[in-house]
Design a protein around this ligand. Sequence first.
Ligand SMILES: [Ca+2]
Ligand SMILES: [Ca+2]
Length: 288
Amino acid sequence: MRTGADDGVLLGAVGAYDWNGAVLKETSAGKLIPLRESYLKEFPDELKNHAAYLGYTVTSVVSSRQGRVYVAGAPRFNHTGKVILFTMHSNRSLTIHQALRGQQVMKGESGAGTDGRGVPPPTSERETAVLKAAKLSGFQIAIGSYFGSEITSVDINGDGVTDVLLVGAPMYFSEGRERGKVYVYELRQNRFVYNGTLKDSHSYQNARFGSSIASVRDLNQDSFDDVVVGAPLEDNHAGAIYIFHGFRGSILKTPKQETQELLGRLWFGIFFRPLTGTDSSLSRPCFP
Ligand SMILES: [Ca+2]
Ligand SMILES: [Ca+2]
């Protein structure tokens, strides 16, 4: 991800530190690689065997007070997933301004933690069953909602300051299916505050809603930029995309249009990017 006109490119390195992951910045003066200790506050050593995959996604936001702040997702962190917002310093330290944490895949749960504190321990029936099956078979199985595997910042009103941060959890399990979920965080002063989720369809199939999220230019000509969300398994794996309209400083959570796949190709909606050059032109890693 380009970090700005003058200071280089931010990269994710999910395989670093035994798959705990890391970020680094390529600048005209060379690589800036944060010290491992910089992550310990949010990625403590005792959880290092969980393979958090930090850097699976990277992007940035712009706030009026702090300027450009980097964002990185760690979708496997402690099975819940985590997103950090941070600044990198030339002495190889990081200032982590905020951490957003996903949920366990617990039956009947709703809402999201905004700072990761007070989130209950994993007790879901699905997780217990998966772990039991994995133990019996001798395999390690990835579990969790993959919160933070897709992150998009949106400047709804085009003033150069981020209004909304969208975080996808495409493997969020609900109502007996891999439904997926997209969390909405609004920038208020210096912090992103959780403000609900985007609405998907009510079909009872796997969907993986939130596998891809893109900010796009104003589609309905109301002067506010809009958002497109993919659900590649919806409609018996034909896939679907949803269009959500921006409005003033936020995003309307009910889709204005849901488009089913027309060409019969599998997994429609798993990748897309705006055709205009933006900050969200991140590369797609090939990890589970
Ligand atoms: Ca704005
Ligand atoms: Ca619009």
